[in-house]
Write a protein that binds this ligand. Structure first.
Ligand code: CA
Length: 224
């Protein structure tokens, strides 16, 4: 999933980014409300994790800003115990869930899964393309019922392409959807991963991923 983390505590921010990436999520992080609000309004995220007390504009105000632009990405609000009275306020501002600090990573992961699953369930029927079927719970894929072993990044790339099957995906779009904001648009990371996916999906006899020179890549919808 693509996650935005807005947390001003340097150590907690760094820890969460690392822990979330270890769970195969793509993570952008911000350390203040302005930056968080900007990222939330300019990128597509599956889940936003928002600290309550932030320098400048606080978490509640950021959520109000995001919701006022009709962005309905699920938001988990982080609070400390003394701020518990703000629970009501956070729900009223448009947060979907909240978590009291200190919390365990297991707890946060469970909340992310629960919120992130909402759209996934709705899209579950679309999580296949021809003979390729994805298992989002286990970050794995099968082709003709046989398991295709994928790295976390390869899975994320394939899932993004399956969700946008039949559409031309530019390098920019792939970078935004599968890599984080620190992704280098000039590196050959995308080409490398496409190459590996093609090999693993045995993309020879029947073209699965097409290259459109100068435009990008397309996961072909097989003709019935
Ligand atoms: Ca804080």
């Amino acid at each position: 999933m693509k996650i935005l983390l807005v947390e001003d505590e340097v150590a907690l921010n760094a820890f969460l980014v690392q822990a979330l990436k270890a769970e195969n999520h793509v993570v952008d992080s911000a350390r203040n409300g302005e930056e968080g609000s900007f990222l939330a309004r300019t990128n597509d995220y599956d889940v936003i994790i928002m600290d309550y007390l932030l320098p400048g504009i606080n978490g509640l105000e950021v959520i109000k800003e995001i919701r006022s632009e009709k962005i309905w990405t699920p938001i988990i609000m982080l609070t400390v115990r003394t701020e518990l009275d703000d629970k009501v306020a956070s729900f009223e501002s448009g947060a979907d869930d909240y978590l009291t600090k200190p919390f365990s990573m297991t707890e946060l992961s469970a909340r992310i899964q629960a919120l992130g699953r909402r759209p996934v369930i709705r899209e579950e029927k679309n999580l296949s393309c021809g003979q390729i079927t994805l298992d989002p719970e286990n970050f794995s894929a099968t082709k003709k019922g046989k398991t295709v072993v994928l790295t976390g990044k390869e899975y994320a790339l394939l899932e993004f392409m399956v969700k946008h099957q039949g559409k031309v995906l530019s390098r920019t779009k792939l970078l935004e959807g599968v890599w984080d904001i620190n992704g280098d648009p000039f590196s050959n990371t995308i080409e490398m991963h496409i190459l590996k996916l093609r090999k693993k999906l045995n993309d020879k006899k029947q073209k699965i991923i097409s290259t459109l020179p100068g435009r990008g890549y397309k996961l072909e919808i097989p003709k019935p």
